[in-house]
Write a protein that binds this ligand. Structure first.
Ligand code: FPP
Length: 252
């Protein structure tokens, strides 16, 4: 069975329609290339981040219509603190800006906001804006829009190991009960299925400390397009590429 995607300005041919059976449930995106997009135009880097916000809006709508259940966006990594203070502040104010403009549309589209990452260490203005949106959207049961913010995978894994070590020390758990499922419960992604598809824009081929545990069997798709140039058509291309992959999970 195949579904049409009415939101695309150019309707795909029947032969390249997305199939309902193997559409990705969870798509994760490393949004790279904002700075270069701006530099190419002689603009300051923040102009690229600003443009990146409007791409986020377009891609969220596309994901809703393509029936994606979870969209995780790498918004700010634990390594991004190394950037100049002004740029860090600018990026960390973007969730507020995005939610201020687009929260009504997220509500209309039944989107639920969540986050992964070290949320408590974020500035108050970021926490407040995101907390407000999480509360407002908590009963929505459509797409989960998951912002990875102040997120680093090694930090996440280490945090899980420390929690488990404490539980073992306090004899709250038995070491034999520790399996992959039990370990996963200590990750920020607890309760969310692993990504089926990872997209990275900006022509780089690395994971940058993103979801190292969760991406074990994920399909990867890379594009040279810079994040502000990423369109619904590019997203559609990635979704189609995904559905043509054969996932074997180590089997044959
Ligand atoms: C990487 O590009 C991008 C980031 C570190 C920030 C990503 C943030 C957004 C796309 C906007 C966030 C949107 C919302 C809704 C909160 P880069 O700056 O490393 O680009 P470069 O490799 O070209 O320098």
């Amino acid at each position: 069975m195949s579904i049409k995607i009415p939101f695309l300005s150019k309707q795909p041919k029947e032969s390249d329609s997305l199939s309902e059976e193997n559409a990705p449930n969870h798509v994760a995106i490393i949004m790279d290339g904002n700075g270069r997009w701006a530099q190419k135009r002689g603009l300051p880097r923040f102009a690229g981040h600003k443009e990146g916000v409007s791409t986020v809006n377009k891609i969220v709508k596309t994901a809703v219509r393509a029936n994606v259940k979870v969209l995780t966006l790498y918004t700010f990594s634990t390594e991004n603190w190394k950037r100049p203070k002004q740029e860090v502040e600018y990026i960390l104010k973007l969730p507020k800006e995005f939610l201020h403009v687009y929260l009504p549309s997220l509500m209309e589209n039944n989107v639920r906001i969540q986050t992964i990452g070290d949320f408590q260490s974020l500035p108050g203005y970021t926490q407040e804006a995101v907390n407000y949106a999480m509360e407002k959207t908590k009963n929505n049961d459509g797409l989960i829009l998951n912002f990875a913010i102040n997120y680093g995978s090694r930090h996440e894994i280490l945090k899980a190991v420390k929690q488990i070590a404490t539980e073992l020390k306090e004899e709250n758990i038995d070491i034999d009960s520790l399996d992959e499922e039990a370990f996963s419960k200590h990750l920020y992604t607890n309760g969310v299925s692993d990504p089926d598809l990872l997209i990275r824009t900006g022509g780089e081929y690395r994971l940058s400390n993103f979801m190292l545990w969760q991406l074990a069997y994920t399909e990867f798709w890379f594009t040279d397009k810079l994040w502000p140039e990423f369109t619904e058509e590019t997203f559609h291309e990635a979704l189609l590429a995904y559905q043509q992959r054969k996932r074997r999970y180590g089997g044959i």
